[in-house]
Design a protein around this ligand. Structure first.
Ligand code: ZN
Length: 161
């Protein structure tokens, strides 16, 4: 994706109140992010570990959602797969993330997503998910990137529709 600014990030969030948008901690290392290798920008709020954000280009606009991470059950040590990039992690490497839908209905949409939101890097082999993290597939990297973009779009559409 193209490099985006703090102003664009704050303007993209569809499921936050004005106060939340004002207060949210935008990453300080935007200039250092590997934009060319990112399918979306994702980060965890350092001030509030249960909160995370995901922002992606959708056509010619940016759509961002705030996510809440469900706390893992005690003794929860099994493998689970990210629904965005299909990387498998053990333990809390994948979390159930829920996004409140805009409009004040109180509904939310959940998905299992890599806890560190580094899907783009796992996909490209730039971050190691450990043994068995990536299934061998006959798809090309480009096809896997395309599939990830579809998964991100579907998730964002479920939140915003
Ligand atoms: Zn992932």
């Amino acid at each position: 994706m193209r490099q985006i600014t703090e102003v664009e990030i704050r303007a993209s969030l569809v499921n936050c109140t004005k106060g939340e948008v004002k207060r949210l901690a935008v990453p300080r290392d935007l200039d250092a992010r590997p934009w060319a290798d990112l399918d979306f920008l994702g980060w965890q709020d350092p001030a509030s570990p249960g909160r995370a954000y995901l922002i992606a280009e959708q056509g010619d606009r940016l759509v961002g959602v705030a996510l809440r991470r469900a706390t893992a059950h005690a003794g929860f040590v099994r493998r689970s797969m990210c629904s965005i990039c299909l990387t498998t992690h053990t333990g809390d490497g994948v979390s159930l993330m829920t996004a409140r839908r805009p409009g004040g209905s109180g509904d939310s949409v959940g998905a299992y997503i890599c806890t560190d939101l580094a899907c783009s890097l796992y996909l490209r082999g730039k971050k190691d998910a450990g043994p068995g993290g990536r299934m061998p597939e006959s798809l090309t990297l480009e096809e896997k990137i395309g599939r990830t973009a579809v998964n991100v779009t579907e998730f964002l559409q479920k939140v915003t529709q």
